[in-house]
Ligand binder design. Sequence first.
Ligand code: ATP
Ligand code: MG
Length: 163
Amino acid sequence: MIYTGDGKGKTTAAIGVIMRMLCIGKRVAMVQFLKGSMMSAECALPKKYKKFILARAGSGFFTHEHERDEQTRLAEEGLAAARRMMKDADLLVLDEVNTAVKLKLLRFRDLLSLLKTRGKTHVICTGRNAPRRLMDAGDIVTEMKCIRHHFSKGGKAVRGIDY
Ligand code: ATP
Ligand code: MG
């Protein structure tokens, strides 16, 4: 499953599938690329659901070129963690992995070779600008389209809605 596009709802949709899977007793793992601090509400999920593993593989959104080496190292660690998690998960979510590939923190071919090992594990890749070849490979490919977002009118991030 690929969730991409500039509209809000990609990570939110992935969390929706996570909840469904947990509700039927499935094992779920999520690696959040680029994201650093454990501020988002979903970071509380592993405490509540023993079958959910969460790893963060970033230090906040990548804005300066001088952060590239460090961000690349973290993204590669995230991909390695995802490789380990794949075999014991019924669902693996690679949150913001599309963005990490777009920013060239990860090589597309490394992501593709991970996806080839998925066997029966369902995988969700989220993030804007999913590579065309990733979209071609997906079974469910959804593009969220931004019509309006409250941030553009100066709205503040709302806990539980935006993070
Ligand atoms: P969410 O995590 O809320 O589902 P998302 O995964 O679709 O959003 P990201 O690109 O990961 O979107 O951005 C995450 C943050 O940016 C969220 O706080 C979200 O509210 C905000 N955001 C998402 N889309 C937009 C947009 N079109 N304009 C402004 N802010 C946005
Ligand atoms: Mg997101």
